[in-house]
Design a binder for this molecule. Structure first.
Ligand code: SF4
Length: 325
């Protein structure tokens, strides 16, 4: 049985319960008709002024009624998700709410994880077993990330694709692990690549289809994908609760800023692209990121799943040009 979710949650609990995890964001954005899915939600009455990710998730769930129940994160994601949950509930879809405590709190997070375990009918021994089984896979993802910034043997796009998929391991961690190992074997045999402007991509995952290709065209390398890296749970932790406490995305911005600042030094970043989504509250955080990070930043905004518009291409070209000089 497939269990869907709308943002990264402790996937180990789902796997321990013998269920197949499905990150609905990934299904939506990789669908050939992703654009039409957003329009379809608007045809059903969704406002134009609502984030396209939420509309895409909604239509994707309509198209795939077999994905149920759905875990909806009601704290640590956004209020749009909360309203989405109410709509789905009214339509009769079984839902499981999950909350990341704000501020970070180990006891409250553990209680949420245990509540989810109780709902799905699993327990700590099973969850810890999965956590340990996933450790080599997560170490492989960390290695892939290192090959991106240290040797340039993995491109920014390849890095993004693997790390973003680690929210649900494409539903099948064993197959994902095999694909990762095959890819790493190929990547390690590639020549090192050191030239090019070194960029970090921060903010929520971009909805544009050709951002990485265009940056490569400009001679820039994305060597830090902030949020996808967070999905891979890159820290070495004592236990599962600590792993999801250190995960920066659902809590305050300040841990994210510290993480980006560390990456900027370690990965020798020349500049940052801050991707923002139209109608998303996280746009407000742009000001803090600029205040706290001592690095050139260009902020770009996307709305629907399309390729880069002309104006954004020009702005990126000018930014890379200035950094190169
Ligand atoms: S992009 Fe922003 S508004 Fe849209 S789902 Fe993500 S957090 Fe919510």
């Amino acid at each position: 049985m497939s269990l869907g979710f709308t943002t990264t949650i402790p996937v180990e609990v789902i796997l321990a319960a013998g269920l197949r995890p499905v990150d609905i964001n990934n299904i939506f954005i990789t669908a050939p008709d992703a654009y039409q899915r957003v329009s379809a939600a608007e045809d059903e009455g969704w406002p134009r002024t609502v984030c396209a990710w939420i509309k895409g998730i909604y239509t994707t769930l309509q198209l795939q009624p077999g994905i149920q129940p759905v875990i909806v994160v009601t704290q640590g994601d956004c209020s749009n998700t909360h309203a989405l949950m109410e709509l789905l509930e009214a339509e009769g879809r079984p839902l499981i709410p999950f909350q990341f405590p704000y501020p970070r709190n180990r006891r409250l997070l553990q209680a949420q994880i245990e509540q989810l375990m109780g709902t799905l009918g699993t327990d700590w021994p099973a969850v810890n077993h999965i956590w340990q089984c996933l450790a080599p896979l997560r170490a492989g993802l960390a290695d892939l990330d290192r090959l991106t910034w240290e040797t340039g043997q993995v491109t920014g796009l390849e890095n993004f694709q693997f790390l973003i998929a680690s929210s649900d391991f494409n539903g099948q961690p064993e197959i994902f692990a095999q694909e990762l190992q095959s890819f790493l074997r190929i990547a390690r045999s590639r020549p090192h690549r050191r030239e090019g402007v070194r960029l970090g991509l921060i903010g929520i995952p971009p909805i544009f289809g050709d951002l990485f290709d265009y940056l490569e065209e400009l001679g820039a390398m994305v060597v830090f994908n902030e949020i996808p890296r967070q999905f891979s749970m890159p820290y070495s932790c004592r236990d599962l609760v600590e792993q999801y406490l250190r995960y920066t995305y659902p809590y305050d911005i300040f841990a994210r800023i510290a993480d980006i600042a560390d990456a900027a030094v370690q990965r020798r970043l020349d500049g940052l692209i801050h991707y923002t989504q139209s109608f998303c509250f996280r746009q407000i955080q742009d000001r803090l990121l600029r205040q706290c990070l001592d690095l050139p930043i260009v902020t770009i905004e996307g709305d629907r799943p399309v390729n880069l518009d002309h104006r954004t291409r020009l702005r990126l070209e000018a930014f890379v040009d200035v950094l190169r000089r």
